[in-house]
Design a protein around this ligand. Structure first.
Ligand SMILES: Cc1cc2nc3c(=O)[nH]c(=O)nc-3n(C[C@H](O)[C@H](O)[C@H](O)COP(=O)(O)O)c2cc1C
Length: 497
């Protein structure tokens, strides 16, 4: 039943041809065609995923993804390194590595010294038909650099179970065995699945280490609550192996989808980034904390996909990406003028933090003061606020409106409510919402955590990720939306996703 290489069965599960065609606003004949061909077009996948989720059938999502991917390339080979540290649940991870091996992942395994007290390298080797690594130092010339070699070219590094000790080591950069060295030497995505006695988990030392790891962009598969091997009840159990497998597979599939995106015709992307500076006089200005990093990351990731990227940037202190066109501006007015000059594009992303106002100097007698020279304190200047142009609204309501207009909303409270309001008022297709809890948490940092809200009010919350990973998620979502809008006969260029 859960083999959805069988599309007719999937349609049946979703309520039959009639219901599905109504839900997807398509002809029943379209759905019948899918059944006949046993294939669902990729442009409908997202909607199908949503329907499955709504009906608590999302366990089938992976089967559909598998179906699509398998039909295209038969074998999907992900490169994954599993570090098994010395927790009592490490025997369970044997099933996990067996699953990876069975599903043709390119898997390597490291056992820590303590893990070897519970399971043997020989057992691992017999499951994956490969050497299991344990030693940092080796006289074998092929293995004496394993702490570096094993760190390279991995799609994912998973530490499962991750002991309190291993968490403590990697959060403090300690590199005293093979596994901890690899973590320090790798740029790959790292995921940990902590598992330990509930008191060890709740201990402030462990929680502080966890905080450090999360801040560095290391992702977590949360331990679960229940009865522990030691007989105590609480949080600290390793989640079911199926759950860990599914979590990692979803991550890897998303990554693969991104690297498979090819444009049929070159998409033109216009991005604004950074802050604007609003001149008070020749010496002073009003601005904000935006660093430009998220907008630049978007530009760089779109470039990697072969798009034609124009970046209009306010003043920043970061290296400018090698985009097709780079325009530096200072004020909101200049940014608007450059956006207008470059509005002929497919997707506009307004990532810049445009100052809402500028300060206009007046005398106490309400006369405008020239700001061509430095303003003097003795003149008792009074500043009035003048609104700046709303650039994203200008683009969204423009006759030459690009197909997709995406805005950003940074809010300190009522994030979703305010972001949705902005999405609606400005007639955006998608909005990226950032909660600013403390101005030091996002501005200028390498990490971000966002909510992606589309015009159908689908909301996706991300984890705290590197700004380039966030950029890839935004790109993936925006290209799917772009493609769906094309499928709705918007009569514009198409892309394959
Ligand atoms: C029987 C037994 C079970 C253990 N289970 C766990 C566990 O589930 N989680 C944990 O963090 N530590 C556990 N420990 C403690 C670790 O083995 C110990 O901290 C060790 O130094 C971890 O080394 P490693 O992180 O290098 O693998 C256990 C120890 C024993 C003796």
């Amino acid at each position: 039943m859960n083999n959805f290489t069988n599309i007719p069965e999937l349609i049946f599960k979703l309520g039959g041809t009639g219901s599905v065609s109504k839900l997807l606003k398509t002809n029943p004949s379209t759905i019948s065609n899918w059944k006949k061909k046993n294939k669902i077009p990729k442009s409908y996948l997202r909607l199908i995923h949503i329907l499955l989720k709504e009906r608590n059938l999302d366990i089938y999502k992976e089967n559909i993804d598998n179906n699509i991917i398998n039909s295209k390339q038969k074998k999907s080979k992900f490169s994954i390194l599993v570090i098994i540290s010395g927790g009592v649940s490490c025997y369970k991870v044997l099933d996990l590595i067996r699953l990876y091996h069975k599903n043709n992942y390119d898997i390597e395994v490291i056992l820590t010294k303590s893990a070897q007290k519970f399971i043997s390298p020989l057992l691992v080797t017999s499951l994956i038909n490969k050497k299991c690594f344990t030693e940092l130092f080796s006289s074998d010339e092929n293995e004496n650099m394993n702490h570096i070699n094993l760190a390279r070219n991995k799609d994912l590094i998973l530490v499962a179970p991750c002991t309190a000790n291993f968490m403590a080591k990697i959060s403090h950069g300690i590199a005293d065995d093979l596994g901890s060295n690899v973590i320090l030497a790798s740029e790959s995505k790292i995921l940990i699945a902590p598992s330990m006695n509930p008191y060890m988990w709740e201990n402030k030392a462990t929680q502080d280490n966890l905080k450090i790891l999360k801040q560095r962009g290391i992702n977590l598969i949360n331990p679960e609550s229940g009865m522990m091997a030691c007989g105590e009840n609480g949080t600290g159990r390793l989640p079911e192996i199926d759950k860990i497998y599914s979590f990692t597979r979803t991550y890897l599939l998303e990554k693969e989808k991104m690297s498979n995106i090819k444009f049929k015709s070159q998409l033109k992307i216009l991005i604004t980034a950074g802050p604007t500076q609003e001149k008070i006089d020749p010496i002073r200005y009003v601005s904000n904390n935006s660093s430009g990093k998220q907008g630049y990351a978007l530009a760089e990731e779109f470039l990697k996909l072969g798009a034609n990227v124009t970046l209009i940037s306010g003043p920043t202190n970061i290296n400018k990406p090698n985009v097709n066109k780079y325009v530096e501006v200072s004020s909101a007015k200049e940014m608007l003028s450059q956006v207008e000059n470059n509005i002929d594009c497919d997707i506009f992303i307004s990532c810049a933090a445009v100052c809402d106002w500028k300060l206009i100097p007046y005398t106490p007698e309400n006369k405008k003061v020239s700001n061509n020279d430095k303003l003097k304190k003795k003149n008792n200047i009074i500043f009035k606020l003048e609104s700046n142009p709303d650039i994203v609204k200008f683009v969204s309501k423009n006759k030459k409106r690009p197909k997709l207009v995406i805005g950003f909303a940074a809010e300190t409270k009522n994030l979703i409510h305010n972001a949705r309001k902005k999405l609606q008022e400005k007639q955006l297709d998608m909005i990226i919402a950032n909660l600013i809890e403390d101005e030091n948490s996002i501005f200028g940092k390498e990490f971000n955590k966002i909510f992606i809200i589309d015009k159908y009010y689908n909301i996706q919350e991300t984890e705290k990720l590197k700004k380039h990973e966030i950029a890839n998620l935004i790109i993936s979502k925006s290209l799917k939306l772009y493609q769906e809008m094309n499928a709705e006969n918007y009569n514009r260029k198409s892309i394959t996703v």
